[in-house]
Design a protein around this ligand. Sequence first.
Ligand code: SF4
Ligand code: SF4
Length: 497
Amino acid sequence: MSNKDAMVHETPEETKKAPVEETAGETTPPVREIPLHSLDMRRLIALDACTRCGECLLWCPVYDQDQKEAIIPRRKVIDFLRIARNQHGVIAKLMRSDRVNPRLKEILGRMMGYREIGNEEIADFVKNLYECSTCGQCEVVCPAHIDTVNLWEDLRRLIVEAEYGPLESQKALEKSVKAFDNPWQQPRAGRTKWARRAKKDGLIQSEPREIQKTGGKVLLFFGCTASYDVNVKQVAINTINILEALDIDYGVLGKDEKCCGSVLLRMGDPAHERLFRENIEQFNDLGIETLISSCSGCFKTIMQDYPKVGNLNFEVLHTVEYLTRMLKRGQLHFPHPVNRRVTYHDPCHLGRATGGFDAPREIMAAIPGLELVEMPRNREYSRCCGAGGGLKAGYPDIQNRMAQRRVQEAEETGAEALVSCCPFCFQGLNVGISARQSTLAMKDMSSLVAESLLGYDVFERAAAEAAEKAERKVREKEQKAAEKAAQKAEKAEAVTG
Ligand code: SF4
Ligand code: SF4
């Protein structure tokens, strides 16, 4: 018996607990096998390491919202093992063997409580597996130290390979990345549209420098959300203003930038490897020293997941880490105060995933006038906003409630703004701000940094200038109308007089 077989060995006790499967009709599609053989041995060991202690239940932000026992880690582990044993266990193999006598199979089946698991039961497990933002909170609190995020992603990969996933509502994201290299169903050519618009609106002085022309040593990777979502444009705009103000030798890929592939990876689609490889080749060919990104999702993916596929000839930093390094070297000073009381939301992919807790706080502490009030759940216990892991596409209602819960926590600090370091969190938390009609302003860290460097908020200034221009136009129009009326009156007086 192999180790894998031993781990999926089914006991009568456990099979008795399994829910009763409905009888399959003639048209029911055959049950597809979950390809357990492609799962790393460590994963199976991890599955068996769960002591069912339930600590994860107390912390899971999704469970916090829907109280569905079936989505918590220990249940997902139990359910997956049941399916795995049913398809790959010793008894399952005997039951499927042509060499075992049918009568013996019947006796064995009865003795061991064996029954085939149907598509419906697998579909239920799949729904539960995707009702998770891969936030990693369970990993932090798990006393058995199970690396749950990798575990969920690995199980999703098996589910996709067996064509049971992702969920229908997530397929548009998946198709879009494959067709357009971005998850937002936008044409490739639209990736740099925001920059032309921003220049026209006076939000940036010039369009970002293209690294292919400048040969800069720092590549700024925007990511799809900052590039395409007009509501998140402040992240890209402020990052450009910061790099320009600090005279950094940076460059961007412009229309040649592609999705980092994180959406596919988190949902279990093996097609992420194509993007990983293409991006690695493109980045390495540039001869850069550093890749920076203001998106925590892109940052985590490029920094942690790309090296599993290929070597990176450069270092990868979140923009906030790059700035903290400059601060420590005395190359960054904040000349203007930013008099705001703010609270900070640690993005799961910067904080829990990569340990990036201090850099954002060091930057905020260095900005004069800025007051940080922490939420009770911060750093490794930061409550996820629900935007990641495909949850927003799969379960928008749950994401909305998760974001509202986080926004409520932020409101209770008395802060005027909620700050984060990720366009995805920006988008996700804004859902909660709108739903609660909160007075909190959503800010990306880049906007606080840019405001202190420039001495003003570019959006506020552009809005004030636009308002002034509109007012001037009205005044001119009124003046012209008054002049016309006066001329008319003069003429009339000349005629009558
Ligand atoms: S990763 Fe987060 S959302 Fe998913 S099960 Fe763990 S705690 Fe819950
Ligand atoms: S905290 Fe870890 S060991 Fe405990 S039930 Fe959750 S996954 Fe299992």
